[in-house]
Design a protein around this ligand. Structure first.
Ligand SMILES: [Mn+2]
Length: 338
């Protein structure tokens, strides 16, 4: 049974060589949380490295320039902390460092994360974001809040709530945002960079995905695809696909939006979003044991072809939704629904 909560974790990190990282393809909550915890440890007189492949959209984050690319992580850390997502989706070099470390910790708010494999476990499946968990612990510890730290935390707060629009947003989220604004964050600039801005070729890729998306199950399922050829044509970079799956689930009548990203010929990443009636974290775990996430936003990496995964996914969804699997060829030909 691992030790629980923030107090024992911070005590365990004291005086150790610490690495902080999230799952591969980190999002705003994971990156914000890694940098915020690094800031906290530095304030306490310690230090930590942060490992990630940094998407360009997050390059503005304070101390982002010090982030170590996953591939350049070397062994020798006494403590590795996984933030915002579990140890099953770490980059290989980070995973090796994690396995070799004495302290193997997690800070997370994914309900699907279990204690197995950790020495220190600080997980709150009901928390809005990992950044909000850190914010509350920092407030309890009376850590001074400056504009840099507030910026890191604000990125997580808006990423995981879609800019305070998702159903997970709470009064506590807005109270935290108020404190961060008082500390001096440039909220409009952060929202633009994190939630809205795209590279031109990423916008064209979004157009490709939407134009080619297939509607199934009487319009309740919309599947978009990013085959390798499309990724190559649009010069796909980390972060370019953020928000794409959301565009799929926000179509009227859609219960589940799925984005299938071909990583190689026999490995596909599925990003799943639910409008609310179906638990996509459970669905992701059914596709592969390492799949999971939140009830309304989840993912899985499956070793099969894109076409095979699409078929399996649609068959499962048809069963869950009690609908016919058949695709709506007419929808793309005539756009019957407008
Ligand atoms: Mn998160």
């Amino acid at each position: 049974m691992p030790e629980q909560g923030p107090v024992s974790l911070l005590a365990a990190l004291e005086g150790r060589r610490v690495l902080l990282s999230g799952p591969v393809g980190p999002d705003g909550d994971s990156l914000g949380a890694c940098l915020a915890l690094q800031h906290w440890l530095r304030t306490l007189g310690g230090d930590a490295d942060v490992a990630a492949v940094l998407p360009q959209r997050y390059a503005f984050l304070p101390n982002a320039e010090g982030i170590v690319p996953d591939s350049r992580v070397e062994p020798g850390y006494d403590a590795v902390v996984v933030l915002d997502g579990d140890r099953h989706r770490l980059a290989p070099q980070v995973e090796a460092a994690f396995e070799a470390a004495e302290v193997r910790a997690i800070i997370d708010h994914h309900a699907s994360t279990t204690e197995d494999g950790y020495t220190h476990f600080w997980v709150d499946g009901g928390a809005v974001s990992t950044c909000e968990m850190l914010f509350e612990a920092m407030q309890a510890a009376e850590l001074p809040l400056d504009a840099d730290l507030a910026t890191m935390l604000y990125v997580g707060a808006i990423f995981d709530t879609g800019g305070f629009r998702y159903s997970n947003t709470r009064p506590s989220t807005h109270r935290m945002a108020a404190a961060l604004l008082e500390a001096g964050v440039d909220h409009a600039d952060i929202a633009l960079k994190v939630l809205m801005e795209r590279r031109l070729s990423a916008l064209r890729l979004l157009g490709d995905v939407i134009a080619d998306a297939t509607s199934y199950c009487d319009g309740q399922v919309l599947v978009g695809r990013v085959p390798l050829a499309m990724a190559k044509r649009r010069k796909l970079r980390p972060g370019d696909l953020e928000g794409v799956v959301d565009a799929l689930v926000h179509v009227k009548g859609v219960e589940v939006g799925a984005l299938l990203i071909e990583r190689r010929a026999t490995r596909v990443k599925a990003s799943l979003r639910s409008a609310g009636s179906l638990d996509v974290a459970a669905l992701a775990a059914e596709l592969v044991p390492s799949g999971g996430g939140h009830a309304k936003a989840a993912g899985a990496v499956v070793d099969c072809t894109l076409a095979e995964l699409e078929e399996r996914l649609v068959a499962k969804l048809a069963r869950c939704l009690g609908a016919a699997e058949t695709s709506m060829a007419l929808a793309s030909a005539g756009e019957a629904d407008s």
